[in-house]
Ligand binder design. Structure first.
Ligand SMILES: Cc1cc2nc3c(=O)[nH]c(=O)nc-3n(C[C@H](O)[C@H](O)[C@H](O)COP(=O)(O)OP(=O)(O)OC[C@H]3O[C@@H](n4cnc5c(N)ncnc54)[C@H](O)[C@@H]3O)c2cc1C
Length: 593
């Protein structure tokens, strides 16, 4: 059995019953993106991942990447196989799929791009980071670039011939992006000269593409302090002439690459900008505002890294548990049992499976909101979908990457001692997962975003709308027969707990923000578990109707049982989270640390 097989039946089901791919393909421009065409793309892409990307995963971890080439103008040498795999990625046009055909894109919804990223991340999360950062930069340029910028940069970036980066972090500006010091001085020709040091820049330099388009946050002379004084600049490694050909080498150089505990093949660079030519995107001092409009898709993409890692971990653990024989389950005689027969191993495996499926549902549903927010013809629908994406995205990123840490750890546990040995590959998944909870806004920052910015949206109206929708599903489940009614009962109970937690935070947070901030992380977990149970409940309902007949054999029963496991074994832990929320800040500040 292969190390990883794209879970295409499951993805199709989620696209149809959670992401509403049929409705998305009804939007103008997406007419060709019906479920069959989408699945044809995903099947082919899944083959590419398994044949070309997966084989680079281990070697990438072992070799990492390093600074090399001409000492006067160094580059980063990527691990064996990366160049070839990336060339095939570009040749096949895989990066183009979710972008505007006017710039060479495939014109598919972002949701389809998210499904592709899941597959790529399951294959090799370090490799996936080059396309991920390029898509982040593209997203920014599509939304905010001038026509001239779009003409100059988009076609080659959409094709993947050029890659993109996001340059926010500096030694003293991590979570506090407002502390960025890199300077941008206007030049006579309307461009700027960028000077400063950026650290931790993913694929900041490499040998995969002929040009790298950096998006850099910097501060113009006299700009206000903090985030309000940040501007965004395009700084290409090679300047681009009007006809699109490459011109002079720009003043940005790699200084070093970091040695990391995971995603070792993804070059994490220190970049030195020395009077580099930069071109302003949008207006001066609007950089952070522009970044915010991209925040949902960028953060969702990191959540999808978590999802891809969870799926890879679950598949490996399931296979191992079926093969490894150890002990006998109670009452069994004869040869030793496969460990999959033991109750505690089943608990771990079902936790992995149910969590991964809940995460997939959440991410695809979130991506759907991004698509509706951008493409729905009705303005009110667009606004509502964008609000909902805003509420869900800290859950996708925060819960998705926390679970990546937990699920990859569980995979090691299922493997026993062999999990701790690098040869089995699950240790790498665990190491690769660790960073996902840190970058693109640490998960602490995600919790703060949820309670500080998202809950108060429309005076709590956005969360109230979502809660009402979840309650309606709970009612439907309770009325839909004994197979799924218990899921409805647990969901209604979870919703009561969520309501109490939300009311407490809205009330206490209004008078003292630290009360809300102290509760942020357990609240994000509580909220996520309820949303996960809800979406698995939606899936279970789809399995009780006429749809069930068209599903692959055993799919509907497994789905309902998995949703029940989540509702019975994972969701009830919200009862333990509630008191940790309402305990407030007092204990946190009672101890001298
Ligand atoms: C492998 C890797 C790749 C990266 N790729 C990129 C990239 O491509 N581009 C880029 O710009 N950056 C990148 N980063 C940087 C990354 O986004 C930052 O590391 C991250 O934002 C956290 O900043 P920091 O490391 O300075 O931690 P700090 O900000 O110092 O945070 C340390 C701890 O304090 C907490 N904390 C900080 N401020 C607060 C607060 N106000 N309230 C509560 N808690 C707080 C954090 O949650 C965290 O737990 C990358 C980092 C790594 C390691």
């Amino acid at each position: 059995m292969a190390e990883y097989a794209p879970p295409l039946d499951e993805i199709r089901f989620v696209l149809e019953h959670v992401a509403g791919i049929d409705e998305l393909s009804g939007l103008e421009g997406f007419e060709h993106a019906d479920v069959d065409s989408t699945m044809a793309v995903l099947e082919e892409f899944g083959r590419f991942v398994v044949d070309k990307v997966l084989p680079t995963n281990r070697v990438g971890d072992e070799e990492g990447s390093h600074v090399g080439g001409d000492p006067a103008d160094p580059t980063v040498v990527t691990a064996a196989g990366f160049k070839e795999a990336y060339a095939r990625y570009v040749e096949s046009g895989w990066g183009t799929v979710p972008f505007d055909p006017a710039y060479g894109g495939g014109g598919f919804p972002w949701t389809v791009g998210v499904a592709m990223h899941e597959l790529l991340n399951s294959g090799n999360v370090a490799f996936a980071m080059a396309p991920l950062l390029t898509q982040g930069a593209l997203d920014m340029l599509f939304a905010h670039g001038s026509e001239e910028d779009k003409h100059r940069y988009l076609p080659k970036m959409v094709s993947g011939e050029w890659t993109g980066t996001m340059n926010l972090t500096e030694p003293d500006a991590g979570s506090d992006v407002g502390a960025v010091r890199t300077r941008a001085v206007p030049a006579a020709d309307g461009s700027y000269r960028i000077t400063g040091t950026k650290i931790f820049i993913t694929f900041g330099e490499h040998d995969l593409a002929e040009n790298i388009v950096h998006l850099v946050l910097a501060r113009t002379p006299g700009a206000p302090p903090g985030t309000k004084g940040l501007s965004c600049f395009i700084v290409p490694k090679w300047l681009v002439e009007e006809d699109g050909s490459l011109g002079a080498r720009n003043g940005v150089k790699v200084v070093s690459v970091e040695h990391k505990m995971g995603i070792r093949a993804s070059p994490t660079c220190v970049l030195d900008y020395d009077e580099a030519v930069g071109y302003l995107v949008g207006a001066e001092n609007a950089g952070m505002r522009l970044m915010f409009t991209m925040m949902n898709s960028a953060r969702l993409s990191v959540g999808v890294e978590g999802l891809g890692l969870c799926e890879a971990a679950w598949q490996r653990a399931r296979r191992y548990a079926r093969e490894r024989q150890q002990g006998r389950s109670p009452g069994a005689t004869g040869p030793p049992s496969a460990i999959v027969e033991h109750a505690d191993v089943r608990r771990m495996l079902l936790t992995m499976k149910a969590s991964t499926e809940a995460l997939r549902a959440l991410h695809y549903f979130d991506a759907r909101q991004i698509d509706l927010g951008r493409h729905h013809p009705d303005e009110a629908e667009r606004a509502a979908a964008t609000e909902l994406a805003g509420l869900l995205t800290p859950l996708s990123k925060g819960w998705g990457t926390d679970l990546a840490n937990e699920i990859t750890s569980l995979a090691i546990q299922v493997f026993g001692g062999m999990g701790f040995i690098e040869e089995t590959g699950v240790a790498q998944l665990y190491r690769d997962a660790r960073i996902t909870a840190i970058y693109e806004g640490t998960n602490g920052i995600q919790g703060m975003d949820l309670v500080g910015r998202k809950l108060p949206m429309r005076g709590g109206g956005v969360v109230a709308d979502l809660t009402a929708r979840m309650r309606a599903t709970a009612d439907e489940l309770r009325a839909a027969g004994e197979r799924v009614a218990p899921i409805g009962v647990q969901l209604a109970d979870g919703l009561d707990v969520l309501q109490q937690a939300t009311d407490w935070i809205l009330a206490k947070g209004a008078g003292d923000p630290v009360q809300a901030l102290a509760a942020a992380t357990p609240y994000l977990r509580l909220f996520s578990q309820v949303v996960g149970a809800w979406l698995l409940g939606v899936e279970a309902l789809a399995c009780t109707g006429p749809t069930a007949r068209s599903l692959p054999p055993g799919f509907a029963d497994a789905k309902v049982a998995t949703a029940r496991y989540f509702a019975d074994h994972i969701l009830p832990t919200v009862h333990g989270l509630l008191p940790t929320i309402t305990a407030g800040k007092a204990d946190l500040f009672a101890v001298e640390i």
